[in-house]
Design a binder for this molecule. Structure first.
Ligand SMILES: [Zn+2]
Length: 342
């Protein structure tokens, strides 16, 4: 029976297109290649059926079919390769790195401060930033109407509730919590004051240390302050105490640290150091806990004594890094152009 070549070629093409539409892998394609173009493939079998003397164009048509099959299979292969070379599918190409986050400057400083004090056995605490007047002021020996309250204009939420202007409220809370000394804590938190300009923010951070035990005296205070100054700022730094007045400590001091730029000399190449005042920089306040405060915390001042200090996190951070910010509030604005520099 004579073969209807035209019809058969059309069928082969149809069948090929059906097969190609199901291809998922290069192996599938190889099977199709064999099925159509292999030695026993559809195209070759068709050639074998050709009459010996073929003067028609059937041979030519089958050759065209062969080229057609090659072309179709190759173009399908190219699509497969394209998908494979897509970075999403190519397991050999390193993945796209998501943007890396990092800790904020202030978080870094807090972690470092916490770690230094923990080496001395101080426990990290966090006490309320919304506080009653008792823990915030009155219990700390600052009675209502006392002028010391004027130093820290703060936000009163009601007559008795305040946003803390210092972290010292943690002192009484810690005494109540631990009850029996020794007490060794560092309370790090946010503080609030009515101030807002390029060098002051209405919100900033403080760390408050408190150590209470038997026979604690000023030498212990100096030892701890000196340890912190050297650990945080460097071994070559010295501290000094300047008498001061705070209501909740007696005696009270301002702690200064020797300037890292002029090494405490106050002079660089015969000119006054621009970074400090005569070789020293003010770190913050400290002192021996006032007996009234111990009493208010339920601790007998005849048996126990202690010292406390409260310093600004931003302050020590700026002093250490030498950062000279045109506006302190940059630290809180979450501007990535600023934060990415660190
Ligand atoms: Zn200096």
């Amino acid at each position: 029976m004579a073969i209807n070549y035209k019809e058969t070629i059309r069928e082969v093409k149809k069948s090929l297109s059906r097969d190609l539409s199901k291809v998922k892998t290069a192996d599938d394609l190889e099977q199709i290649n064999i099925k159509y173009l292999g030695r026993q493939g559809e195209v070759n079998l068709l050639f074998k059926t050709l009459p010996i003397k073929d003067d028609s164009n059937i041979g030519k048509a089958i050759n065209e079919l062969k080229d057609y099959c090659k072309q179709e299979i190759t173009s399908r292969l190219n699509i497969l390769l394209e998908i494979k070379s897509d970075p999403i599918f190519d397991v050999t190409v390193p993945g796209i790195q998501p943007p890396k986050g990092s800790l904020h400057l202030i978080t870094h400083a807090i972690n470092e401060i916490e770690s230094i004090f923990s080496q001395l056995g101080f426990v990290r605490r966090r006490y309320p930033e919304v506080e009653t007047d008792w823990y915030y002021a009155e219990g700390l020996n600052i009675p209502k109407g006392h002028p010391a309250r004027d130093d820290q204009e703060t936000f009163y939420l009601s007559k008795e509730i305040v946003l803390t202007a210092h972290t010292s409220n943690g002192q009484l809370r810690e005494m109540e919590k631990v009850k029996n000394p020794p007490i060794k804590m560092v309370n790090i938190g946010k503080t609030y004051r009515r101030q807002a300009d390029t060098s002051h923010s209405a919100m900033f951070h403080q760390f408050e240390g408190l150590l209470i035990d038997k026979n604690i005296n000023i030498t212990h205070l100096i030892g701890v302050m000196d340890y912190f100054a050297k650990a945080y700022f460097g071994n070559d730094r010295e501290i000094r105490l300047r008498p001061h007045h705070f209501q909740f400590t007696e005696p009270s001091f301002e702690i200064d640290i020797s300037c890292g730029l002029c090494h405490g000399k106050g002079i660089i190449e015969k000119l006054p150091c621009k970074f400090c005042k005569s070789g020293w920089l003010e770190l913050g306040g400290s002192g021996m806990v006032h007996p009234n405060v111990l009493k208010n915390g339920g601790i007998d001042p005849k048996i126990f004594s202690g010292f406390a200090f409260g310093w600004g996190v931003e302050r020590v951070l700026m002093m250490k890094s030498g950062l000279n910010l045109p506006d302190l509030r940059l630290l809180y604005t979450d501007d990535l152009r600023f934060l990415k520099q660190f």
